[in-house]
Each structure stands twice: as C-alpha cells, then as structure tokens.
Write a protein that binds this ligand. Sequence first.
Ligand code: ZN
Length: 128
Amino acid sequence: MNHQKKMKTNLLAKSSSGNPYSITFEQINGTLRVHCDCKAGVLQQQCKHRRALIAGDVTMLFDEAQISELQSILTSDAAKQLSLAVSNCESELDRLEKEKSRLNAQEKAVKRSIGALLSGGLNPSSAK
Ligand SMILES: [Zn+2]
C-alpha cells in the first residue's frame, strides 16, 4: 500500500536576464525539497532564488500573483523546519564573513609591519 502524500508547486523567481527561473517545491511524506533551474540550482548548489523563497522573501517572486501561493507553502511544518535549518546556515555564513573581515584586517596590519620594518629598518632598542 502506498500512503505517500505528495505536493508539487512551481513558482517563478526573478533573474538578472529577465527570463524567470522555475522553482519547484516538492513535498513528499513531510519532506520538502526545493529545486531551481538556474545554473547553480541544477548543480544542487545553493542559489539566491531558493534561499530567498524558503526565507519568505516575496520580492524574489517574478509574479506578484504568486505571493499567496508561496506563503501557503511556507506554512507547512516541513517548510518551517527547512527554513530554520537554512537560516541557521546563513547565520554561520554571516559569522564566517565577519571572521574573514577580521582576518583580512589582521593580514593587512602584518603586511604593513613588514613594509615598515623593511623600509624603516629595525630599531636597535626593540631588537634586543
Ligand atoms: Zn536558482
């Protein structure tokens, strides 16, 4: 016996080229999967279209008439859980971005020191 519960919805997302991308929300037995036919999406890499739509960003929709359809998809438990998991990853990305900025600043400071050392020479009193 097959009691699989399936739901499949296609929405259109904005693209820089003007031709919208097709985002497919597929829910099977409580698991939501989101597909996108953009270049990154077909390679199963993260893309801004899926990230925006799972986060409920309706400004990514190509057609305003699909707002209520998106919002209705996002009310399911599966969508809420997936959205939360993605959001946790995005927090981690933010943290890594800040860490990268901090490390870049440190790297520049050390390079400045090397430049200053080589150009200005080492002060004998500090080289003891
Ligand atoms: Zn995409």
